[in-house]
Design a protein around this ligand. Structure first.
Ligand SMILES: [Mg+2]
Length: 377
């Protein structure tokens, strides 16, 4: 029986600040969920909400409040009456009456999966449906004021072996940067991510991207602008990929029915955990939508879970989840994530993360800790 929950709020400096349509990200804040059962077996997961509520409404501060006051108490009560032995596919039921807060909910749900893998001695990747041994990795480049610097950054990524370059774009900062890279790399797999920054009246530059053979254009319009997304997709050859728009299997089916997208960016945090990911992937397959795994500048803990998701057989494109050294001087894993060969990462086959977590590093970057005896709720 899971008895204890510890939350570690951590803050890790990013090696390179990332400039996106949402602003600058200079450090990775995260909340780590650690579950411990009566035998000392642990489950770990990361709440990937950003420090500012610019990706969805959630941010680290709200996640902390929601986890400590609302989710963990519900989870503790659910644990007491859940059918034994507990199976992680049901853990999300603990939050059935909660609206939103999907990244916070996901962190608990995924920690239960992680614990279950350790408890049963099975690699988490096998529990979820397995797939490939290695995954292809792409690099995301933030916006830059200098096209030369941007093109050089893309050159460096290609040199290091990254299998795709995805560029952050915004109105007025789209056509020229994409052209600058495409001219130098005619055959490179490329994509663009607008983070919802366009409005229906300023799509001219975006439409010009149609000639650059991009894998997809990600989240061109705001997350709830369904009709304009559908109109835009009807006009574009390039597939639209949705990220912020899709938080549930229902929204995925809405997107497919409207013709608002052809590609799904899968993030276990945004969807509410591994169980919802598996349901969304089934729906995407039925709708003929391609899928791949995006990133949230995760620490190694969230990164391992993302890479395991990227190993699932339904994934068509390279993941954004790169090696640790691209983001952090010091990650939270005993062995940081690295390339097995240029552009490819070996899928972690650990039975839970506990064996891989570098406790001293977690301690070093912790800014707050919260511990709860789950039998006391
Ligand atoms: Mg995105």
């Amino acid at each position: 029986m899971i008895q204890t929950c510890v939350l570690h709020r951590v803050s890790l400096p990013l090696k390179l600040p990332m400039h996106t349509a949402h602003g600058h990200v200079r450090e990775k804040q995260a909340i780590l969920v650690q579950l411990i059962d009566a035998d000392g077996i642990e489950g770990w997961a990361e709440c990937v909400a950003l420090a500012e509520p610019t990706y969805t409404e959630e941010c680290t501060d709200t996640a902390w409040v929601v986890l400590t006051r609302h989710l963990i108490p519900r989870f503790a009560r659910w644990l007491r009456q859940a059918p034994q032995p507990i199976h992680p596919s049901r853990a999300g039921e603990a939050f059935d009456d909660v609206r939103g807060h999907l990244m916070s909910r996901a962190a608990v749900e995924m920690a239960v999966w992680d614990w279950y893998a350790a408890r049963t001695g099975q690699p988490l990747v096998d529990l979820l449906g397995g797939g490939r041994d290695r995954v292809e990795v792409g690099a995301t480049l933030g916006m830059s004021d200098s096209l030369d610097l941007l093109a050089e950054a893309a050159d460096a990524m290609v040199e290091q072996g990254f299998r795709r370059v995805k560029l952050k774009i915004a109105p007025g900062r789209d056509h020229a940067p994409i052209q600058a890279i495409r001219t130098r790399h005619p055959h490179l797999a490329m994509a663009a991510d607008a983070n919802g920054s366009y409005r229906p009246e300023d799509l001219r530059g975006l439409r010009e991207l149609d000639g650059y053979n991009l894998q997809f254009i990600e989240q061109p319009l705001p997350e709830d602008d369904w009709f304009d997304l559908a109109e835009l997709q009807a006009d574009l050859q390039t597939p639209i990929c949705l990220d912020e728009s899709i938080r549930s299997e229902r929204e995925l089916r809405l997107a497919a029915r409207l013709g608002a997208a052809r590609v799904l960016n899968v993030k276990p945090g945004r969807l509410g955990g591994f169980g919802p990911v598996l349901r969304a992937l089934r729906a995407a397959e039925q709708a003929g939508m391609a899928a791949w795994v995006g990133g949230m500048y995760e620490t190694g803990i969230g990164r391992v879970h993302g890479l395991i998701t990227a190993a699932l057989p339904q994934m068509r494109y390279a993941t954004d989840l790169g090696p640790s050294h691209r983001y952090f001087e010091q990650d939270l894993l005993k062995e940081p994530i690295g390339f097995a060969e240029p552009g490819m990462i070996e899928v972690p086959r650990c039975a839970g993360l506990a064996e891989r977590v570098d406790r001293a590093a977690v301690h070093r970057f912790t800014t707050a800790t919260w511990r709860a005896d789950l039998t006391s709720f």
